[in-house]
Write a new protein. Structure first.
Length: 94
């Protein structure tokens, strides 16, 4: 729900799940993401969306470009490895 001046009043389930697909650049790595951004994955087969754990990504793939990370994605629901995409979202504000 949004106020007339685009102030977020209350987060609904649709707003927390919705995220933007990333235009991947070979130079952008996990370490380049801002603190309030979170990285997620979207399955190209079943449409499942899940947010990835930021600390684990930072520890294991800190210097890996996001293009290389997208190729390693696997859906936990249907085990699909092809057509999966990274999505970018923002952490909820307190």
């Amino acid at each position: 729900m949004r106020h007339a001046r685009s102030v977020l009043l209350a987060a609904t389930r649709a707003e927390t799940i919705r995220a933007d697909e990333i235009e991947l650049d070979e130079k952008i790595c996990v370490k380049d993401l801002r603190e309030w951004e979170r990285l997620g994955a979207w399955c190209g087969h079943c449409g499942h969306q899940a947010w990835l754990e930021r600390r684990d990504l930072d520890r294991r793939f800190r210097a890996v470009p996001l293009v290389g990370l997208q190729a390693k994605l696997r859906c936990l629901r249907c085990d699909n490895r092809t057509g999966n995409r990274l999505i970018l979202g923002n952490l909820p504000r307190d």
